[in-house]
Write a protein that binds this ligand. Structure first.
Ligand code: NAD
Length: 499
């Protein structure tokens, strides 16, 4: 696949030709573009323009705002293949997943268009005669979006599609590892804005750079909402900075997701689901399966069958149709994986796989075998998120013990159970079950649909994006009490009058 042709197809060949950030494809290590960082003055100007845009956009009727998002969805449909290919080239995902990521953008656009006619609040019974009490939802202000490398375009769309119909301009700071896909999306958006006709200047903008650029957005009170996706370390810094100025943060941070295999599980189904969620995207999804608890009566058989499947995973160039596992994002990711495996061994683990794989013609890419690690218990390394294809497998005896083990991680993003026992299934998703934002039965922890609210608890940050009522995070709520009588009764029956 020719990078220049894709960049040309997406209209960013010239823009991706010069700048201080050198973009390398994890597939081959080759430089596929150069992008210029924005200065502090550029970021300041983008915030000023976005704030001015807010004063106009908040008055545009929401269904008309939805039309902008409808046009974006249409444009994405036309460019799905080119953009999906660029996702593969820049992030190293297999093409199916690159295309899937763009499909997710299209899906959230469709969702947001419908939502643009459903931003409604409650009417609440008032205790006072002649009074009406209601909730109204209003645009909240500029939404700054900070995104991670592993979902280089979908995360922007989850936020942008909702924010735009909710009346909020957006400024995007993508990962410094994936600026080309961001340039391509902004280019598509610029075309859409032109087609739309009367959108205010500065409504949708992009600032490129490292964490300094992100930190500038986070500190600025003009960014009413900061939606930040990335590691828990990043969220710790961003959460504090936003809280200090009483801004609103939507934090989508790390995960250490678990699965439970019970004796009644449909084992074929479970094995396929485990393979997809532990090995897919080379273990570089926030929802990747990292910890597996297998009931002792089915443990040995499950592990030996998993090992067989692990041995068959086609690893290599993610652009080739047969490949199921592409490279890690870079050398640092590879080194972190090797460190984790070394620690796992020191903590009593038995490691199968995990070594570097050489792929003909792609010597600079960091390809690895997925690692399966049989652990005696949840040691320190098991309780950390290592962003790589490492699956720690542990035994359990009774189901309550497995739920407690699931909940022991400091993160709380996603989780799943494989069972055909109704009691186990229901207790896993009940109040005393999994403490994660996502709790699944008979599917893996990854690969969420956009219709549900996405996000997690504890060190995952607590934010929710995408479907359900996540839109409320992008609006401000006003409680309105209207007195249409000529009396002035006070709430709680308070008598307050001059004699
Ligand atoms: P990262 O934390 O290194 O970077 C994420 C983004 O934050 C980048 O754009 C980076 O420039 C920016 N950033 C870093 N420090 C910052 C600061 N102090 N202020 C402002 N911006 C800052 O993450 P990564 O390596 O790109 O992505 C992998 C991590 O992201 C994993 O932990 C993964 O679980 C998580 N992730 C979470 C979700 C989710 O929805 N929960 C989705 C994708 C990835």
């Amino acid at each position: 696949m020719d990078a220049s042709r894709i960049l040309a197809d997406l209209g960013i060949l010239e823009q991706a030709g010069a700048g201080d950030i050198e973009v390398r494809s994890p597939i081959s290590g080759a430089v596929i573009g150069r992008v210029a960082s924005h200065t502090a003055a550029d970021v300041d100007a983008a915030l000023a323009r976005a704030h001015s845009a807010f004063l106009v956009w908040r008055d545009v009727p929401a269904p008309r705002r939805g039309e902008l998002v409808r046009l974006l969805g249409e444009r994405l449909r036309k460019h799905k293949h080119a953009l999906g290919s660029l996702v593969s080239l820049e992030a190293g995902k297999i093409l199916q997943e690159g295309l899937g990521e763009v499909q997710e953008m299209i899906d959230i656009c469709d969702f947001a268009v419908g939502l643009s006619r459903q931003l409604y609040g409650l009417t609440i019974a008032s205790e006072r005669p002649g009074h009406r009490m209601a909730e109204s939802w209003h645009p909240a202000g500029v939404c700054a979006i900070i995104s991670a490398f592993n979902f280089p375009v979908a995360v922007w769309s989850w936020n942008a599609a909702l924010a735009l119909v909710c009346g909020d301009p957006v400024i995007w700071k993508p990962s410094e590892k994936t600026p080309l896909t961001a340039l391509a999306v902004q280019r598509l958006m610029d075309d859409v804005l032109r087609e739309f006709g009367d959108a205010p200047d500065g409504l949708v903008s992009l600032v490129i750079g490292d964490r300094e650029v992100g930190a500038q957005l986070v500190a600025d009170p003009r960014a009413a909402i900061v939606s930040a996706t990335g590691s828990t370390g990043m969220g710790r810094a961003v959460g504090v900075a936003v809280a200090q100025r009483f801004g609103r943060a939507i934090l989508e941070l790390g995960g250490n997701n678990a699965g439970i295999v019970t004796p009644s599980a449909d084992r074929e189904l479970a094995l396929r689901a485990i393979l997809f969620s532990a090995v897919g995207t080379a273990g570089q999804r926030c929802t990747s399966l990292r910890r597996l608890f297998v009931q002792e009566s089915v443990h040995d058989d499950t592990v030996s069958r998993l090992k067989q499947l692990y041995g068959k995973v086609p690893i290599g160039n993610p652009l080739e149709p047969r490949t199921l596992m592409g490279p890690l994002i870079d050398r640092q990711a590879f080194e972190r994986m090797q460190d984790a495996l070394q620690r796992a061994r020191a903590e009593g683990g038995k490691v199968t796989g995990g070594g570097r794989v050489s792929v003909a013609g792609l010597a600079e890419g960091y390809y690895v075998e997925p690692a399966l690690v049989e652990m005696p218990a949840q040691t320190d390394i098991v309780l950390q998120e290592t962003f790589a294809p490492i699956l720690y497998v542990m035994k359990y005896r009774d189901f309550g013990e497995a739920i407690a083990a699931n909940n022991r991680a400091s993160h709380g993003l996603s989780s799943c159970v494989f069972t055909t026992d109704l009691r186990e299934a229901e207790s896993f998703v009940s109040a005393r079950g999994s403490d994660c934002g996502i709790a699944n039965v008979n599917i893996g922890p990854s690969g969420a649909e956009i219709g549900g609210a996405f996000g997690g608890e504890k060190e995952t940050g607590g934010g929710r994006e995408s479907g359900s009522d996540a839109w409320k995070g992008y609006m401000r709520r006003a409680t309105n009490t209207v007195n249409y009588s000529s009396a002035l009764p006070l709430a709680q029956g308070i008598d307050f009058r001059l004699d």
